[in-house]
Design a binder for this molecule. Structure first.
Ligand code: ADP
Ligand code: MG
Length: 501
């Protein structure tokens, strides 16, 4: 038996509006405080509702202690939820609000009848049992004196505590909390954060917490799951998420960051803002990367004393430090420092190698330069592909002779028109021979990306790459060819227009 209390395996949820949760894989350890963090609409609530059982996944499995609960109704799961909008009964007092669920509950009792047989019976909890449980829960949320108070007379924070008491009174194994502090003011929220953390320790149960507030996630959680567009971007401890963000989305979301485009120019050497910096991450030569530097990791020095010179463009006092914008050419670097340098002052910056975080640039699509041939097919990457040339001019059509007819009635011969081609990573089909596809090459790289493989196919002569996401396994050095559905080939004019006729 391992210590995974919850496992989501390839879980997706699709609505008619689109995909809310897209094939996520995640496990939660027993007793853990885990937080789903991400911007509004990224699928946090949907994920939580599937764990609670209010929502059924479109595909995938949810396991509780190793057993499939995907189809089990909410009330049969040892899980309780605290929502942002705590739905308390306004006509009941605090005690009755918390006792409500207990009074509905039936538990199994075992008797022995006069023949000595064991008999199981469903019974209500006794008044004494209910009182004991309620006072224990009230103590847990620090509301012992409030039993008889009407809930409508309580403050927002107190009401939220009643809601939490109501959720824990059933002694669930897992408590789900969906932005439970979202309706509270800042001061109250800070206090409640600490209290919830305390409560988690005292109760010893698993907390799955949802928030869009990165600071809240960083202060409370054992583990943070960063989400975006229904997918998981990174899972890790607050420290690792903050210090080693996996991509620029995480870096940006988790805190104020400087994110610059850079290039690896040598062994642990990266060039950005027109300077070569030493760094500690190993990346292949010439790789295009994102460089992330925290504002508090940039040191300001006198001009000429640091690595790169520039000028202070603005400075704002932020309570404990100054936040200054430092311009290197047209690039802005945000710096936090307790010592201010005034707007207009020239200075230089110094960044330590270990504070330069390098991330592979997220590769989202294949781009090629190509041209249209006389059969209205597009040539790129040593191949010739069927495509929809009317994409080049909105509203245009093709006539029988192969001329493109514009909305103005003008006719174009597209032969030799230079184009930019864009193809998605999932839109390329790999064929296991080098003849049947429209371009061919060898597999030069296979990287497992958690739930799929990313494969690079390189052409023989021009060494153009097709980067392909696929669930199928291939071998390095395999000779393959590729096919792309014509409608998946994005086309844009490279220069102004094609040859007129
Ligand atoms: P979050 O809690 O991270 O803000 P949600 O899980 O509530 O995000 O929503 C994720 C996406 O799914 C959003 O685009 C939202 O509009 C959509 N969505 C959520 N619930 C439904 C629903 N019942 N019907 C249709 N679309 C929904
Ligand atoms: Mg939500």
């Amino acid at each position: 038996m391992d210590d995974k209390i919850i496992q989501l395996i390839g879980v997706s949820r699709e609505y008619n509006t689109g995909i809310a949760v897209d094939n996520i894989n995640l496990y939660v350890k027993k007793g853990e405080f885990i937080t789903l963090l991400g911007p509004s609409g990224c699928g946090k609530t949907t994920t939580l509702r599937m764990i609670a059982g209010f929502e059924v996944p479109s595909s995938g499995q949810i396991l509780l202690n190793g057993e499939d609960i995907t189809k089990i109704p909410p009330y049969e799961r040892p899980i309780n939820t605290v929502f942002q909008r705590y739905a308390l009964f306004p006509h009941l007092n605090v005690f009755d609000n918390i006792a409500y669920g207990l009074r509905q509950k039936r538990v199994t009792a075992v008797y022995e009848n006069n023949k000595g047989e064991r008999i199981e019976k469903k019974v209500k909890l006794t008044r004494k049992e209910i009182e004991e449980k309620v006072s224990k829960a009230l103590k847990m949320v620090d509301l012992e004196e409030f039993e008889k108070r009407n809930v409508t007379t309580l403050s927002g924070g107190q009401q939220q505590r009643v809601a939490i008491a109501r959720a824990i009174v059933n002694e669930p194994e897992i408590l789900l909390l969906d932005e439970p502090l979202g309706a509270l003011d800042l001061k109250m929220r800070k206090d409640m954060q600490l209290e919830l953390k305390e409560m988690h320790k005292k109760l010893g149960i698993t907390f799955i917490y949802v928030t869009h507030d990165q600071e809240e996630a960083l202060t409370m959680s054992d583990t943070i799951v960063v989400m975006k567009d229904g997918t998981i971007q990174q899972i890790g401890t607050p420290m690792s998420i903050y210090n080693e963000p996996k991509n620029s989305f995480v870096a940006d979301f988790i805190g104020e960051s400087n994110i610059c485009s850079g290039t690896i120019v040598g062994d642990k050497k990266v060039k950005f803002i027109n300077h070569v910096f030493d760094c500690v991450d190993d990346f292949p030569l010439n790789e295009k990367v994102d460089v992330v530097v925290r504002p508090e990791d940039v040191f300001l020095m006198d001009e000429g004393k640091g690595q790169v010179n520039g000028v202070i463009a603005s400075s704002i006092f932020k309570g404990v430090h100054y936040e200054m914008a430092f311009m290197v050419g047209k690039t802005e670097i945000i710096i936090q420092d307790t010592i201010e340098r005034k707007e207009g002052e020239r200075a230089s910056i110094y960044i330590k190698p270990e504070d330069i975080h390098i991330m592979a640039k997220e590769f989202v699509s294949n781009r090629y330069e190509g041209y249209i041939n006389k059969r209205n097919r597009v040539c790129f990457a040593e191949g010739e592909f069927d495509c929809d040339v009317t994409k080049l001019y909105p509203g245009s059509t093709l006539d029988e002779e192969g001329y493109l007819v514009l909305t103005t009635g003008e006719k174009l011969d597209l032969t030799n028109t230079e184009v930019i081609v864009e193809v998605g990573l999932k839109d390329i089909e790999i064929i296991d021979n080098d003849e049947d596809g429209d371009a061919c090459g060898s597999i030069v790289s296979i990287i497992y990306k958690g739930d799929h493989y990313q494969i690079i196919i390189r052409t023989d002569e021009e060494e153009e790459d097709f980067v392909v996401d696929t669930e199928y396994v291939w071998n390095e050095n395999d000779r393959v060819s590729v096919k792309i559905p014509p409608e998946k080939i994005g086309l844009k004019l490279k220069v102004a227009e094609g040859t007129r006729r």
